[in-house]
Design a protein. Structure first.
Length: 296
Protein backbone atom coordinates (compact mmCIF):
# COMPACT_ATOMS: atom_id res chain seq x y z
CA UNK A 1 0.00 0.00 0.00
CA UNK A 2 1.60 3.27 -1.17
CA UNK A 3 0.67 6.32 0.88
CA UNK A 4 2.44 9.65 0.58
CA UNK A 5 3.38 12.13 3.30
CA UNK A 6 1.25 14.70 1.45
CA UNK A 7 -1.81 12.49 1.79
CA UNK A 8 -1.07 11.94 5.47
CA UNK A 9 -0.67 15.66 6.09
CA UNK A 10 -4.03 16.34 4.45
CA UNK A 11 -5.71 13.62 6.51
CA UNK A 12 -4.12 14.98 9.72
CA UNK A 13 -5.34 18.51 8.92
CA UNK A 14 -8.92 17.34 8.37
CA UNK A 15 -8.79 15.25 11.56
CA UNK A 16 -7.46 18.23 13.52
CA UNK A 17 -9.84 20.88 12.14
CA UNK A 18 -12.87 18.56 11.69
CA UNK A 19 -13.53 20.46 8.49
CA UNK A 20 -12.58 20.00 4.84
CA UNK A 21 -12.90 23.74 4.29
CA UNK A 22 -10.65 24.75 7.19
CA UNK A 23 -8.11 22.06 6.32
CA UNK A 24 -7.97 23.30 2.74
CA UNK A 25 -7.42 26.89 3.90
CA UNK A 26 -4.72 25.81 6.35
CA UNK A 27 -2.86 23.84 3.68
CA UNK A 28 -3.47 26.42 0.93
CA UNK A 29 -5.27 23.87 -1.21
CA UNK A 30 -8.68 23.80 -2.86
CA UNK A 31 -11.45 21.96 -1.05
CA UNK A 32 -11.96 19.53 -3.98
CA UNK A 33 -8.30 18.49 -3.72
CA UNK A 34 -8.72 17.79 0.00
CA UNK A 35 -11.93 15.83 -0.55
CA UNK A 36 -10.42 13.86 -3.42
CA UNK A 37 -7.33 13.00 -1.34
CA UNK A 38 -9.42 11.71 1.57
CA UNK A 39 -11.47 9.64 -0.88
CA UNK A 40 -8.28 8.14 -2.33
CA UNK A 41 -7.04 7.27 1.15
CA UNK A 42 -10.34 5.59 2.05
CA UNK A 43 -10.22 3.52 -1.15
CA UNK A 44 -6.61 2.44 -0.51
CA UNK A 45 -7.29 1.62 3.12
CA UNK A 46 -10.67 0.05 2.29
CA UNK A 47 -12.23 1.77 5.27
CA UNK A 48 -14.17 5.00 5.87
CA UNK A 49 -12.06 7.50 7.82
CA UNK A 50 -14.67 10.20 8.46
CA UNK A 51 -18.41 10.44 9.09
CA UNK A 52 -19.57 13.47 7.11
CA UNK A 53 -22.73 15.41 7.93
CA UNK A 54 -23.86 18.87 6.88
CA UNK A 55 -22.60 20.25 10.20
CA UNK A 56 -19.55 18.23 11.17
CA UNK A 57 -16.81 15.89 10.08
CA UNK A 58 -15.99 13.22 12.69
CA UNK A 59 -13.45 10.41 12.73
CA UNK A 60 -14.68 6.84 12.41
CA UNK A 61 -13.17 4.09 14.56
CA UNK A 62 -10.84 3.27 11.66
CA UNK A 63 -10.04 6.98 11.34
CA UNK A 64 -8.99 7.20 14.99
CA UNK A 65 -6.69 4.20 14.55
CA UNK A 66 -5.21 5.60 11.34
CA UNK A 67 -4.65 8.98 12.99
CA UNK A 68 -2.36 7.31 15.53
CA UNK A 69 -0.29 5.82 12.70
CA UNK A 70 -0.17 9.10 10.78
CA UNK A 71 0.79 11.13 13.86
CA UNK A 72 3.70 8.78 14.58
CA UNK A 73 4.92 8.86 10.96
CA UNK A 74 4.74 12.65 10.64
CA UNK A 75 6.42 13.27 14.01
CA UNK A 76 9.21 10.86 13.12
CA UNK A 77 9.63 12.53 9.72
CA UNK A 78 9.84 16.00 11.27
CA UNK A 79 12.27 14.89 13.96
CA UNK A 80 14.45 13.37 11.26
CA UNK A 81 14.47 16.61 9.27
CA UNK A 82 15.27 18.58 12.43
CA UNK A 83 18.18 16.27 13.21
CA UNK A 84 19.51 16.61 9.67
CA UNK A 85 19.21 20.40 9.85
CA UNK A 86 21.14 20.32 13.11
CA UNK A 87 23.75 18.10 11.48
CA UNK A 88 24.17 20.56 8.59
CA UNK A 89 24.35 23.50 10.96
CA UNK A 90 26.92 21.67 13.08
CA UNK A 91 25.11 22.44 16.34
CA UNK A 92 21.98 21.69 18.30
CA UNK A 93 20.32 23.72 21.02
CA UNK A 94 18.66 20.77 22.79
CA UNK A 95 20.04 17.27 23.38
CA UNK A 96 17.91 14.60 25.05
CA UNK A 97 19.73 11.75 26.78
CA UNK A 98 18.07 8.52 27.89
CA UNK A 99 19.83 7.28 31.01
CA UNK A 100 19.53 4.86 33.91
CA UNK A 101 18.72 6.72 37.18
CA UNK A 102 21.93 5.61 38.92
CA UNK A 103 24.05 6.83 36.00
CA UNK A 104 22.11 10.11 35.86
CA UNK A 105 22.63 10.74 39.57
CA UNK A 106 26.20 9.52 40.04
CA UNK A 107 28.13 9.58 36.75
CA UNK A 108 26.64 12.30 34.57
CA UNK A 109 26.73 15.42 36.82
CA UNK A 110 30.49 16.10 36.49
CA UNK A 111 30.37 15.22 32.77
CA UNK A 112 27.53 17.64 32.12
CA UNK A 113 29.14 20.34 34.24
CA UNK A 114 32.18 20.41 31.98
CA UNK A 115 30.16 20.01 28.79
CA UNK A 116 27.71 22.82 29.50
CA UNK A 117 30.51 25.14 30.60
CA UNK A 118 32.20 24.55 27.24
CA UNK A 119 28.94 24.81 25.25
CA UNK A 120 26.65 27.27 27.08
CA UNK A 121 24.25 27.50 24.13
CA UNK A 122 23.21 23.85 24.46
CA UNK A 123 20.46 22.57 26.73
CA UNK A 124 20.52 18.94 27.90
CA UNK A 125 17.36 17.10 28.91
CA UNK A 126 17.57 13.78 30.77
CA UNK A 127 14.95 11.06 30.35
CA UNK A 128 15.60 8.42 33.00
CA UNK A 129 13.94 5.03 33.22
CA UNK A 130 14.53 1.31 32.95
CA UNK A 131 16.79 -0.17 30.30
CA UNK A 132 13.80 -1.22 28.17
CA UNK A 133 12.14 2.21 28.45
CA UNK A 134 15.33 4.06 27.50
CA UNK A 135 16.05 1.91 24.44
CA UNK A 136 12.44 2.29 23.27
CA UNK A 137 12.83 6.08 23.47
CA UNK A 138 16.06 5.84 21.48
CA UNK A 139 14.52 3.71 18.75
CA UNK A 140 11.52 6.00 18.24
CA UNK A 141 13.72 9.10 18.11
CA UNK A 142 12.59 10.64 21.40
CA UNK A 143 16.18 10.73 22.71
CA UNK A 144 19.42 11.42 20.85
CA UNK A 145 21.52 8.88 22.72
CA UNK A 146 21.14 6.42 25.56
CA UNK A 147 23.50 5.67 28.42
CA UNK A 148 22.41 2.29 29.63
CA UNK A 149 23.23 -1.40 30.05
CA UNK A 150 24.61 -3.46 27.17
CA UNK A 151 22.44 -6.53 26.75
CA UNK A 152 20.42 -8.56 24.26
CA UNK A 153 18.26 -5.51 23.48
CA UNK A 154 21.34 -3.59 22.27
CA UNK A 155 21.92 -5.82 19.24
CA UNK A 156 20.63 -3.47 16.51
CA UNK A 157 22.23 -0.30 17.91
CA UNK A 158 25.64 1.38 17.77
CA UNK A 159 27.25 0.61 21.14
CA UNK A 160 30.33 2.34 22.58
CA UNK A 161 31.51 0.77 25.89
CA UNK A 162 31.74 3.19 28.80
CA UNK A 163 32.25 1.48 32.18
CA UNK A 164 31.84 -1.75 34.15
CA UNK A 165 29.63 -1.77 37.23
CA UNK A 166 30.19 -4.86 39.45
CA UNK A 167 27.43 -6.31 41.63
CA UNK A 168 27.65 -6.33 45.42
CA UNK A 169 25.54 -7.89 48.15
CA UNK A 170 23.39 -5.44 50.12
CA UNK A 171 22.56 -6.53 53.66
CA UNK A 172 20.72 -5.22 56.73
CA UNK A 173 23.03 -3.56 59.29
CA UNK A 174 24.38 -6.10 61.73
CA UNK A 175 23.53 -9.07 59.48
CA UNK A 176 25.62 -12.20 60.18
CA UNK A 177 26.98 -12.25 56.60
CA UNK A 178 28.35 -8.72 57.02
CA UNK A 179 31.25 -10.15 59.07
CA UNK A 180 32.78 -11.63 55.90
CA UNK A 181 35.05 -9.59 53.59
CA UNK A 182 33.21 -10.89 50.50
CA UNK A 183 30.27 -13.16 49.70
CA UNK A 184 29.31 -15.69 47.07
CA UNK A 185 25.87 -15.87 45.50
CA UNK A 186 25.47 -19.23 47.24
CA UNK A 187 25.72 -17.40 50.58
CA UNK A 188 22.39 -15.73 49.73
CA UNK A 189 20.55 -19.04 49.22
CA UNK A 190 18.98 -19.15 52.67
CA UNK A 191 18.03 -15.46 52.72
CA UNK A 192 14.82 -13.70 51.74
CA UNK A 193 15.89 -11.95 48.53
CA UNK A 194 14.46 -8.55 47.60
CA UNK A 195 14.14 -8.53 43.81
CA UNK A 196 13.76 -5.73 41.30
CA UNK A 197 10.96 -5.62 38.73
CA UNK A 198 11.40 -7.80 35.61
CA UNK A 199 11.90 -4.80 33.29
CA UNK A 200 14.99 -3.71 35.27
CA UNK A 201 18.55 -4.37 34.06
CA UNK A 202 19.42 -5.09 37.71
CA UNK A 203 16.84 -7.91 37.81
CA UNK A 204 18.18 -9.58 34.65
CA UNK A 205 21.75 -9.61 35.92
CA UNK A 206 20.85 -10.59 39.49
CA UNK A 207 18.83 -13.51 38.11
CA UNK A 208 21.87 -14.45 36.00
CA UNK A 209 24.15 -14.49 39.06
CA UNK A 210 21.70 -16.58 41.06
CA UNK A 211 21.15 -19.01 38.18
CA UNK A 212 24.87 -19.49 37.56
CA UNK A 213 25.34 -20.27 41.26
CA UNK A 214 22.37 -22.64 41.21
CA UNK A 215 20.64 -20.58 43.89
CA UNK A 216 16.87 -20.15 44.23
CA UNK A 217 16.26 -17.83 47.20
CA UNK A 218 12.84 -16.88 48.50
CA UNK A 219 11.45 -13.79 46.77
CA UNK A 220 8.74 -12.38 49.00
CA UNK A 221 9.25 -8.76 47.96
CA UNK A 222 9.77 -7.02 44.61
CA UNK A 223 10.19 -3.34 43.78
CA UNK A 224 11.23 -1.08 40.95
CA UNK A 225 12.86 1.52 43.20
CA UNK A 226 16.41 1.35 44.57
CA UNK A 227 15.39 3.58 47.48
CA UNK A 228 12.46 1.30 48.33
CA UNK A 229 14.69 -1.78 48.17
CA UNK A 230 17.19 -0.04 50.47
CA UNK A 231 14.48 0.77 53.00
CA UNK A 232 13.26 -2.83 52.99
CA UNK A 233 16.78 -4.15 53.50
CA UNK A 234 17.50 -1.67 56.31
CA UNK A 235 14.30 -2.84 58.01
CA UNK A 236 15.59 -6.43 57.97
CA UNK A 237 13.10 -7.72 55.40
CA UNK A 238 15.77 -9.36 53.27
CA UNK A 239 18.98 -9.00 51.29
CA UNK A 240 19.61 -8.06 47.68
CA UNK A 241 22.27 -7.70 44.98
CA UNK A 242 22.86 -4.40 43.20
CA UNK A 243 25.48 -2.74 40.99
CA UNK A 244 27.95 -0.55 42.87
CA UNK A 245 26.86 2.61 41.09
CA UNK A 246 23.41 2.51 42.72
CA UNK A 247 24.91 2.56 46.23
CA UNK A 248 25.21 6.39 46.44
CA UNK A 249 21.41 6.42 46.09
CA UNK A 250 21.34 4.52 49.42
CA UNK A 251 23.70 6.90 51.22
CA UNK A 252 21.04 7.88 53.74
CA UNK A 253 19.95 4.26 54.33
CA UNK A 254 21.79 2.12 56.92
CA UNK A 255 22.80 -0.96 54.92
CA UNK A 256 25.97 -3.04 54.67
CA UNK A 257 27.57 -4.01 51.36
CA UNK A 258 30.05 -6.72 50.43
CA UNK A 259 31.64 -7.76 47.10
CA UNK A 260 29.86 -10.66 45.37
CA UNK A 261 31.90 -13.40 43.70
CA UNK A 262 31.48 -16.89 42.28
CA UNK A 263 30.34 -15.73 39.83
CA UNK A 264 31.42 -12.10 39.46
CA UNK A 265 28.54 -10.32 37.73
CA UNK A 266 29.12 -6.93 36.09
CA UNK A 267 26.64 -4.53 34.56
CA UNK A 268 28.29 -3.14 31.43
CA UNK A 269 27.26 0.45 30.68
CA UNK A 270 27.64 1.90 27.18
CA UNK A 271 26.58 4.81 25.02
CA UNK A 272 23.90 3.63 22.58
CA UNK A 273 23.00 5.40 19.34
CA UNK A 274 20.79 4.64 16.36
CA UNK A 275 22.66 3.25 13.33
CA UNK A 276 22.68 5.34 10.15
CA UNK A 277 21.32 8.37 12.01
CA UNK A 278 22.83 11.80 11.23
CA UNK A 279 24.51 12.85 14.46
CA UNK A 280 24.78 16.61 15.13
CA UNK A 281 28.13 17.94 16.22
CA UNK A 282 26.76 18.89 19.65
CA UNK A 283 25.69 15.28 20.26
CA UNK A 284 29.06 13.93 19.09
CA UNK A 285 30.80 16.33 21.45
CA UNK A 286 28.70 15.10 24.37
CA UNK A 287 29.43 11.47 23.48
CA UNK A 288 33.16 12.27 23.39
CA UNK A 289 32.91 14.02 26.76
CA UNK A 290 31.12 11.01 28.29
CA UNK A 291 33.59 8.47 26.92
CA UNK A 292 36.65 10.53 27.84
CA UNK A 293 35.42 10.80 31.45
CA UNK A 294 36.07 7.07 31.96
CA UNK A 295 39.80 7.79 31.68
CA UNK A 296 39.81 10.36 34.48
Amino acid sequence: MDLTLHQMEIFAAVARTRSFTRAAAELVLSQPVVSRTIGELERKLRAPLFVRTTRSVDLTEAGVEFLGVVTHVLESYRRGLDRFADYQAGERRLITVGVLPSIAAVVLPPVLSGYLAAHPGVQVRLADGTNAEILALLRDGSVDLALTEVGPASADLVVEPFLDDPFVAVLPPGHALADRPSLTWTDLAAESFIAFSPDSSVRRLADLGLAQAGVHPLRHLETRSVATAGGMIAAGLGVSAMPELVLPLLAATPVATRPLVEPSITRKIAVHRRPDDPCPLAVLRLVDRILSSRLQ
